[in-house]
Design a protein around this ligand. Structure first.
Ligand code: ATP
Length: 486
């Protein structure tokens, strides 16, 4: 199963050591598949979220953002299909009692075949699996598992139960008086908060189709196979945008957003060779086209973002269950000179996991570097080459020594810069050690204040990625950083 080779374990350790990500409630030995973001992780996550928000809302005049509640009326999830359909086919091993998602169990076996050089067998297995999943053919899937003698990683036996569906929604009670309580769900996706507010936003914002509604927020899924660090969590954050279009134009908009979203990931410094499209073989009950943008994580290519043409399924469902008319009056004119009139809009959605994007950014930017120094000895560093525009700290200000008036100059510069961007101040340790620490946090620029600064008002700027240094005027520091992060 484990293709978790490369430097995945080092990346996880780095995230912990430098205050990016901690296991949840670690003093109680953690909680499976739940994580906390530390001081640097929370800032990086916020910067990624802000970058998405800005590019969706500020840079698109026809997209607005909302912030809907996590709790929603229980009928929402009946309408969306989550109560009846949001389940994965699962299988239990009778000896270990370990439960597996069927596709994950088979994929893990396929990876083993690939590692053993049996590429054709791997391909045939995955193809058959996709076909059986598309037909919900559970008996066929069970036979596939048996025919390949796929074993449980814990008991090493192939003593399997039949395949069953397992709902992934968490539920809880609303209301404090026993007996009066009502079962409600923690939202498994943010999208429904957008659908139920379609009319509110359209009317109050006087929005004209095509237009979008964007939202970021927590979602909850009782994932069975929760592993691979923050890739698959039980509590995670989504950044979704529903784009409402005229029926019949949805495939054109689907292709537009498919291309736009790939470009957006590249704008975050993710190399195009590490990104690819994966068309869905089995379409969800609401979709007429769907694609994943996959990123090559340290454990292989996996879904980072989904782009789905969701038809008018959700709005129609909400219309039916709420008994409220959810329609749009299109006053553009047809060829006969009359307005197009009322319809239920079609929807193209873009849905990316913030945590998966965080892992993508960290995996792309993490580097272990070694080089020979002038005296022949080896030097090394671990660096996060995070794009300056989303780095947790943009600038570190480092007085060379803790005396001779250098800290005072440094603090004055700090006062000047911190209004504009996140700035780190550090006067402990040798300058070399402080540079290494800033590399590990992904800080793109370091400014060193030394004795020469007192004479000619210049400072050394050191660039994280190249480790080159140059002398610039103290007065130009803020401008330089602002230009680079702009
Ligand atoms: P997967 O097949 O990996 O379970 P999905 O197809 O169920 O994902 P969607 O329902 O399309 O995912 O959700 C949109 C996005 O939300 C995904 O592309 C992913 O980035 C993110 N996401 C979904 N489930 C999780 C999770 N358990 N942990 C972290 N991120 C998630």
């Amino acid at each position: 199963m484990t293709t978790e080779v490369n430097n995945f374990n080092e990346i996880i350790a780095h995230c912990k050591e430098y205050g990016f990500i901690f296991p949840s409630s670690e003093i109680y030995d953690g909680l499976s598949a739940v994580y906390d973001y530390g001081q640097n992780g929370a800032q990086l996550k916020k910067n990624i979220r802000d970058y998405w928000w800005k590019s969706m809302t500020q840079l698109h005049e026809n997209i607005v953002g909302i912030d809907a509640a996590i709790f929603m009326h229980p009928l929402t999830w009946k309408a969306s299909g989550h109560v009846d359909n949001f389940s994965d086919p699962m299988i239990d091993n009778k000896d270990s009692n370990k439960r597996y998602r069927v596709d994950h169990l088979i994929e893990a076996h396929a990876e083993k075949l690939a590692l053993a050089g049996k590429k054709e067998e791997e391909f045939a297995l995955l193809k058959t699996m996709d076909e059986l999943l598309a037909k919900d053919d559970f008996a066929g899937l069970k036979k596939l598992i048996d025919d390949h003698n796929i074993k449980c990683t814990v008991s090493d036996t192939s003593n399997w139960t039949d395949i069953r569906q397992f709902n992934l929604m968490f539920d809880t009670q609303l209301g404090s008086v026993a007996g009066e309580a009502e079962k409600i769900y923690l939202r498994p996706e943010t999208a429904q908060g957008i659908f139920v507010n379609f009319l509110n936003v359209q009317k109050t914002g006087r929005m004209k189709i095509p237009f979008g509604i964007a939202q970021t927020g927590k979602a909850f899924r009782n994932e069975i196979v929760a592993r691979q660090f923050i890739f698959r969590m039980r509590e995670f954050e989504q950044m979704e945008m529903q784009f409402f279009v005229r029926p019949g134009t949805e495939i054109q908009w689907y292709n537009y957003w498919k291309a736009e979203r790939l470009k957006w990931h590249e704008s975050l410094g993710i190399p195009s060779a590490k990104l690819r499209y994966h068309d869905h073989v089995k379409l969800a009950h609401y979709a007429n086209a769907a694609v994943d943008i996959e990123y090559e994580f340290p454990f292989g290519f996996k879904e980072l973002e989904g782009i789905h043409s969701r038809t008018d399924f959700d709005l129609k469902q909400h219309q039916e269950l709420s008994k409220k008319k959810i329609q749009y009056f299109d006053n553009d004119l047809k060829e006969d000179g009359k307005p197009i009139g009322n319809y239920v809009p079609y929807v193209v959605e873009t849905s990316v996991g913030l945590d998966r994007l965080f892992l993508t950014v960290i995996s792309t930017s993490y580097a272990e570097e070694k080089w020979a120094k002038e005296d022949g000895t080896e030097d090394s560093r671990v660096v996060l080459k995070i794009p300056a525009k989303i780095a947790p700290y943009k600038l570190a200000i480092l007085p060379l020594v803790k005396k001779d008036g250098l800290p005072e100059i440094a603090k004055q510069l700090m006062e000047e810069c911190k209004q504009s961007f996140h700035t780190f101040y550090e006067e402990k340790d040798s300058i070399g050690k402080r540079y290494r620490r800033m590399d590990a946090l992904g800080t793109p620029f370091c400014i060193t204040i030394d004795h020469q600064t007192k004479e000619d008002n210049t400072v050394t700027v050191r660039y994280r990625d190249t480790m080159t240094q140059e002398r610039i005027a103290l007065a130009d520091v803020k401008k330089l950083v602002n230009e680079k992060i702009g």
